[in-house]
Design a protein around this ligand. Structure first.
Ligand SMILES: Nc1nc2c(ncn2[C@@H]2O[C@H](COP(=O)(O)OP(=O)(O)O)[C@@H](O)[C@H]2O)c(=O)[nH]1
Ligand SMILES: [Mg+2]
Length: 317
């Protein structure tokens, strides 16, 4: 059942993703819980919020993960593009191969486990926007890397990657699940996405069936091949959806729509947010016209009206 959450909820959710301290995170989660409509469709989100609030309240000193104490800001990578996506997972899943094939970055790809020792960033093109994709050192079952933990906590979206070429597939996934739990990543609204890479490998189809049998209920499994790019499009669409963002297009009065250069905003943003996203000087606009399925063509909108994905806006200064 769709949760149909109000725009304010998404605003808080994005503030929560951008929050720098646990105190901020806790207060934003509490605010999200306060404003969320409580009905059958939002049950899962409500219980998820309660669980996460309880975790923050239980023992704040434990929240840094395995005695790490203060969060390390040095491990934080500044966000770029329409969303920051962090790949993580067991050795040889193909995380570096994904970065290498889907972006212009040149990470080292190798059958030797733990080849990647530092995070690496690349820009991933999706239609007319770009996501920031981050490759990370592989996780281990008995050691939680503070670098990867910090990156996953700050990400807009985490993408666990496992390999369909691996006979340890289910153990690998258990390790991923344990890590997600430790990082307390976003699991709201939808089932977490799992990237099942190396679909082109021998025996991959059979392993995919096993994976689905055990995990399709709790996870959305996206089979891909970093080598052949099979499954890439579907994964990109899911990434866009999961980021809870929208694209608004600009039109200068009397000119054509600028389709190549959208303003990317969090779901729930307003006409005023779009104006500010364009340029701070536009915040003082006199009036605005809008086009889109929700509107009459070119109707005039107020600054507090919520915009929708694909809307075209014309500002008059
Ligand atoms: N056949 C196949 N091999 C892959 C694929 N992705 C990665 N590999 C291979 O798997 C090995 C590990 O890849 P790498 O990206 O370094 O794994 P990481 O440890 O997760 O970063 C390398 O030998 C890659 O060439 C894929 O989609 N198909
Ligand atoms: Mg690697």
């Amino acid at each position: 059942m769709p949760a149909n959450l109000p725009p304010t909820y998404y605003k808080l959710k994005h503030q929560h993703e951008a929050a720098k301290t646990d105190e901020e995170r806790l207060s934003l989660l509490e605010e999200m819980l306060r404003i969320i409509p409580k009905h059958k469709g939002s049950e899962k989100v409500v219980s998820d919020l309660r669980r996460r609030i309880a975790r923050y309240k239980k023992d704040p000193s434990e929240k840094g993960g395995k005695g790490s104490g203060k969060r390390s800001h040095s491990e934080h990578i500044p966000k770029q593009g329409a969303g920051q996506i962090v790949l993580f997972g067991p050795p040889n899943a193909g995380k570096s191969q994904i970065l290498a094939n889907f972006t212009n970055a040149k990470p080292e790809v190798s059958p030797t486990p733990y080849t990647t020792t530092l995070p690496m960033v690349g820009m991933l093109q999706y239609e007319n926007i770009q996501f920031q994709l981050i490759d990370t050192p592989s996780i281990m079952s008995d050691f939680i890397s503070s670098t990867v933990l910090t990156l996953t906590r700050n990400a807009d979206l985490v993408l666990p990657v496992i390999s369909l070429a691996s006979d340890n597939l289910l153990d690998d996934l258990d390790m991923v699940v344990a890590f997600l739990d430790e990082a307390d990543c976003e699991t709201l609204e939808t089932k977490p996405v799992i990237v099942a890479n190396q679909l082109d490998a021998a025996g991959a189809e059979d392993r995919l069936e096993i994976l689905k049998e055990f995990y399709a209920e709790g996870f959305q499994i996206y089979p891909i091949s970093a080598e052949t790019s099979v499954g890439k499009e579907a994964l990109l669409q899911e990434i866009y959806r999961a980021l809870d963002i929208l694209r608004v297009y600009l039109k200068a009065p009397g000119k054509a729509v600028e389709h190549d250069d959208p303003i990317v905003l969090p779901t729930g943003s307003t006409v005023l947010d779009a104006a500010i996203g364009l340029h701070k000087d536009f915040a003082e606009f006199k009036f605005a016209r809008i086009w889109g399925p929700q509107w009459h063509d070119g109707q005039s909108v107020s600054r507090n009206d919520v915009v929708y994905d694909g809307d075209v806006v014309e500002f008059h200064l």
